[in-house]
Design a protein around this ligand. Sequence first.
Ligand code: AQP
Length: 332
Amino acid sequence: RPRVLSGIQPTSGSFHLGNYLGAVRQWVAQQETHDAFYMVVDLHALTVVQDAEALRANARIAAAQLLAAGLDPERCTVFIQSHVPEHAQLAWVLNCLTGFGEASRMTQFKDKSVKQGADRTTVGLFTYPVLMAADILLYRSDAVPVGGDQRQHLELTRVLAERFNARYGETFTVPDAFIVPETARITDLQDPSVKMSKSASTPKGIVNLLDEPRSSAKKIRSAVTDTDTVIRYDEEKKPGISNLLTIYASLADTTVAELEQRYEGKGYGALKTDLADVLLDWVTPFRDRTREYLDDPGTLNSILAQGAEKARAVAAETLALVYERVGFLTAK
Ligand code: AQP
């Protein structure tokens, strides 16, 4: 079976619809077809200021959401990044292989550092893509299911894998990004020109999966559209409606073309009301399942401990090989 790996940050407590449709939904599908590793990337979350207790709580909430979304610990490996120290260890080696200029060209870093200002931007945020490369290469992943915003980071991962292999001998698998074009970029409900995002969206623009379901449904009903009335997918001219069609098709397991047909001659209001109901039907049991995992810390802990053990077995083997290849003395 080919191997996949991906991760999600435990930043703000709840995943949003973009995280789910862009990434986690694919993870659930790929546990059936791949040797799959999925993790909560708490090391990455530390790139911005975190309250220690909140970070700890959010890591558990993130893991519970992954299970509630359908990840099955019998079919895939679910773990917490900081439980596997090899991530940070490999990241150091890769840092020493990454050009300063190369890292400086990462657009996500440029955007975020401009927003935060130089004094508040950490070196951790700068090397974030290198840690991400370490995450992926440690497991010799063949594919990495992510949203479109991660494309450039994936490209850097490939470059670093090839560079390491050329310098030290064949060691890493060069991974492919697995990006589903339809859901690669779920946009903000109030400003469809930007992606739905934890750090940038306004409360009305983002659907958090753990929010009160009725409030999420309301956000769908008040999503920004356009002054036209025809329900048709057109990313350029009708970005708001196109985003709603994308969300609808994905949640209801249908196609945009089928929805266009179904809503021919109907108004935006009808589409929004129905999508709000579809969202309610999905998110309500999702929230309940998340709560059940959180109310049973024994089960959650043991799933994560088992996941860490399985992940470490793979990670330790790769790291040992890397240490040997780069010329570190073994401790005997
Ligand atoms: N709007 C989106 N559309 C499609 N996919 C998305 N992803 C994030 N936003 C969208 C994908 O979700 C996965 C996990 O993302 P992350 O851990 O990077 O989460 P994050 O960065 O905390 O989420 P945001 O909202 O993207 O935060 P900001 O913008 O604040 O950094 C990834 O595979 C990602 O592509």
